[in-house]
Design a protein around this ligand. Structure first.
Ligand SMILES: [Zn+2]
Length: 284
């Protein structure tokens, strides 16, 4: 499932194709939306905006298209006429003069006035957007002190887009590892120093993944492994998808668990409940 970094890169690709350009033709594959094709064809695309794991297309005249890829949706940007050979269903096509932006398989698509987006159920509940350019570490850290989150486990919280938006399943394992925290800990049980570490790790791991196209591992280590011939899928992460392999830092075998049906990877040597933290003072 794409997470914030992947959605933001898709949004940039779609923006290069259609943002600031006239959408010569707009086509919706879902019958319930078909009538909007004629309505939006010929209008300029004012902006393409990623929000959490959703992508918004704002058309001139005040109409927006909301899309959420869920598990299967995928964007393709192609030269005009170069429709890819795929068995997937085309759900939205936006043709500009120089490029086509095509959304396949997604079914969570809505057309609505831009002014109503603030009341959209998904957008209205989004938490701090880790990849929004204006988001600061202080904002993320403040979110970690919000009373409504304190009784929940870190494993559950880090998948909740109402807490930190843009973080998803692989980033959850990686951020917890970097912060040296066990997934079952409740947010309210963390020391201020541990919350500092979690805020920093959540923001930095997510942003690094966006910058590096998916590398959450230490960048020097990743470069060293790459030079040694290790493939991308094996050097990109600290712990995610590394069950049974040794922790890069301490050698402990990486364990796999599942929370809410989603895989979660941990190193028992580096992540102990109430154990080591970044601070030299450490937790009590
Ligand atoms: Zn370790």
């Amino acid at each position: 499932m794409p997470e914030g970094p992947e959605i933001r890169r898709a949004a940039e690709s779609v923006a290069r194709a259609v943002s600031g350009r006239v959408a010569l033709q707009v086509h919706f594959g879902l019958p319930r939306l078909a009538r909007h094709g004629a309505e939006l064809s010929g209008r300029k695309v004012d902006a393409v905006e990623p929000r959490g794991k959703a992508l918004l297309l704002h058309f001139a005249g005040g109409t927006s298209v909301y899309t959420h890829n869920q598990l299967y949706g995928t964007w393709k940007v192609v030269k005009p006429g170069r429709t890819p050979a795929t068995g997937r269903e085309l759900r939205l096509a936006i043709h500009s003069r120089d490029a086509w932006a095509l959304l396949y398989s997604a079914s969570d698509i809505e057309v609505l006035p831009r002014a109503q987006l603030v009341r959209h159920p998904y957008l209205a509940k989004l938490g701090i957007e880790l990849l929004a350019p204006g988001t600061t570490l202080a904002q993320v850290r403040a979110q970690l002190d919000a009373p409504r989150f304190q009784r929940r486990s870190l494993a559950a919280l880090l998948l909740d887009q109402g807490f930190l938006a843009g973080l998803g399943n692989y980033l959850r394992s990686e951020a917890l590892y970097v912060a040296r925290l066990s997934p079952e800990m409740k947010l309210g049980a963390l020391t201020p120093t541990q919350k500092d570490a979690l805020a920093r790790a959540s923001l930095e791991v997510t942003r690094q993944s966006y910058r590096t196209r998916g590398i959450t591992n230490d960048l020097e280590r990743a470069a060293r492994l790459k030079r040694a011939g290790v493939v991308f899928g094996r050097y990109r992460h600290h712990v995610f998808d590394r069950e049974g392999e040794p922790c890069w830092a301490c050698g402990t075998r990486i364990a796999r668990g599942a929370v809410a049906g989603r895989n979660l990877f941990t190193c028992a040597g580096c992540q102990r409940p109430g154990g080591a933290s970044f601070s030299s003072a450490g937790p009590p």
